[in-house]
Design a binder for this molecule. Structure first.
Ligand code: F6R
Length: 249
């Protein structure tokens, strides 16, 4: 595992943006993109780097269910606005489950097949404060594939910022599964802020266990973790156990 520790969020964002730009400038065919607060500054930095993205296709890691097609908070619309439009990437090169396409289970199955067929070269991941990757919440089997999931109360509370009221945060999503994520040739996990410190420490040093879904990255041969100093402050072996005494429970 490669680990890069940068001073702060901005330094991390630039570092990750350069990696993404490198993929878009290369002959790589596909990149999987996460969204959320961690990636907003990455996408802003990426815009300034203006990579060519001549042939790269973009794949969503996950998507909320239940939002209107034109809701700016859907992950598809976020990536369209913050990545595709600024970089001139045509809409047909952004792939994801279609929100509100019924039935959602079928949309998830279809999307799993799309990802497997494409083969993701580089998959970006954030990490939830409860250790989730994608929307694979604690307890998710490492054999899981793309499917409909219920969001935990903690994840919904963490995401209330974009929605204003907890009752407006979607209750369900479609997410790539852990097995789907692990199929990517390379994983890049990004964590910024002290609120991610416990989850990151468990992922990197705790038990490799479904109770911390992000710990599954340690089963992958090519992983790059990029974090700021605040997110790495719990990275001492003394501070990490199997999670049973962690504030994440
Ligand atoms: C988003 C995603 C989630 C987020 C995670 C962290 O596409 O898959 O796993 O990466 O919830 O979210 P932020 O970055 O908002 O703290």
């Amino acid at each position: 595992m490669q680990v890069s520790i940068l001073t702060d969020t901005d330094a991390c964002a630039l570092h990750v943006a350069r990696i993404v730009a490198g993929v878009l400038d290369s002959s790589a065919a596909s990149i999987g993109l996460a969204t959320g607060a961690t990636f907003a500054p990455v996408f802003a930095a990426l815009k300034d780097l203006a990579p060519t993205s001549a042939r790269t296709h973009l794949y969503l890691l996950d998507e909320y269910l239940g939002l209107a097609r034109d809701d700016p908070r859907s992950f598809r619309n976020t990536l369209t606005r913050d990545v595709c439009k600024p970089l001139g990437i045509p809409a047909d090169r952004l792939h994801g489950p279609l929100n509100n396409q019924a039935p959602a289970d079928e949309a998830a199955k279809t999307y799993e097949a799309t990802i497997v067929r494409a083969g993701i070269d580089v998959q970006l991941l954030g990490i939830g404060t409860n250790g989730h990757i994608g929307f694979n919440e604690p307890g998710t089997s490492f054999a899981s594939v793309t499917r409909v999931v219920a969001l935990s109360d903690r994840t919904r509370a963490d995401n209330v910022g974009c929605f204003g009221r907890i009752s407006d945060v979607p209750t369900h999503a479609i997410t790539q599964g852990i097995a789907t994520i692990l199929r990517a040739k390379r994983l890049v996990l990004v964590a910024t802020g002290s609120h991610k410190a416990t989850a990151l420490a468990r992922a990197m040093l705790g038990a490799v266990d479904p109770e911390c879904p992000a710990s599954a990255i340690r089963l992958h041969a090519d992983v790059h973790v990029i974090a700021d100093e605040a997110a790495t402050r719990s990275l001492t072996s003394e501070s990490v156990d199997d999670g049973s005494s962690s504030a994440d429970q």
